[in-house]
Design a protein around this ligand. Structure first.
Ligand SMILES: Cc1cc2nc3c(=O)[nH]c(=O)nc-3n(C[C@H](O)[C@H](O)[C@H](O)COP(=O)(O)O)c2cc1C
Length: 189
């Protein structure tokens, strides 16, 4: 079978699926579903989120310069999808979805209590890339529910059950099975 050349698109798969919380000037919280997100630095710990300027959340994050990255489990899939098709301009997603806003420690946007992991972030930079603006956020507080931790506070994927996304196919998937540990080939040619 040959190879088929396709138009260039960001076909990096899978990507994480996260719920990002933000607030407006009055402190009203909103939730946006994002798949264009990833780790961008280890020290200081930083993540990047790319948001189209027309999203309601974009204005919140640009003005307040803070956001929280909440990692949902698969049990929240319907709410995750709904937060990605409804806008905070028209609806209050926290009350509509029945999600619980818990005050953050260091930033104004709240944590989503139902998510097992939350990263409180301060915006360090915004870079306009074209369709999306990339917000680079420094993680100033990290929360992980004990139920999804194994030894030494490491995440137990089988308990956290993250959702992953396949760009292009527009599909949500779950992760499969454990394949090995980072560096397991070291000293074993
Ligand atoms: C799975 C999924 C991933 C999405 N990823 C992004 C993204 O990375 N960037 C973005 O700007 N919009 C993304 N969206 C679209 C927004 O979530 C959607 O437009 C949302 O309604 C915006 O909410 P807001 O207007 O309340 O901010 C995604 C939607 C879904 C369902």
């Amino acid at each position: 079978m040959g190879r088929k050349r396709l138009p260039p698109t960001p076909l990096l798969f899978p990507t994480p699926v996260v719920l990002v919380t933000s607030v407006d000037e009055k402190g009203k919280a909103n939730i946006i579903t994002l798949a264009w997100t990833g780790v961008v630095n280890s020290d200081p710990p930083m993540v990047g989120i790319s948001i189209r300027p027309e999203r309601y959340s974009h204005g919140n994050i640009q003005r307040i310069k803070e956001f929280v990255v909440n990692i949902p489990s698969q049990s929240l899939l319907r709410k995750v999808d709904a937060c990605g098709v409804l806008s905070g301009r028209e609806v209050d997603k926290f009350s509509l979805m029945g999600l619980t806003a818990v005050p953050s420690e260091k930033v104004r946007p709240p944590l989503i209590d139902e998510c097992p992991v939350q990263m409180e972030c301060e915006v360090k930079q915004m870079i306009s890339l074209g369709s999306h603006d990339l917000f680079l956020g420094q993680i100033v507080a990290l929360h992980v529910r004990e139920e999804v931790q194994k030894e030494k506070g490491r995440i137990d994927i089988l308990k956290a059950l993250p959702i992953v996304y396949c760009p292009g196919a527009h599909e949500y998937w779950s992760l499969g099975r454990y394949l090995g540990h980072y560096g397991f080939t070291k000293g074993k040619p």
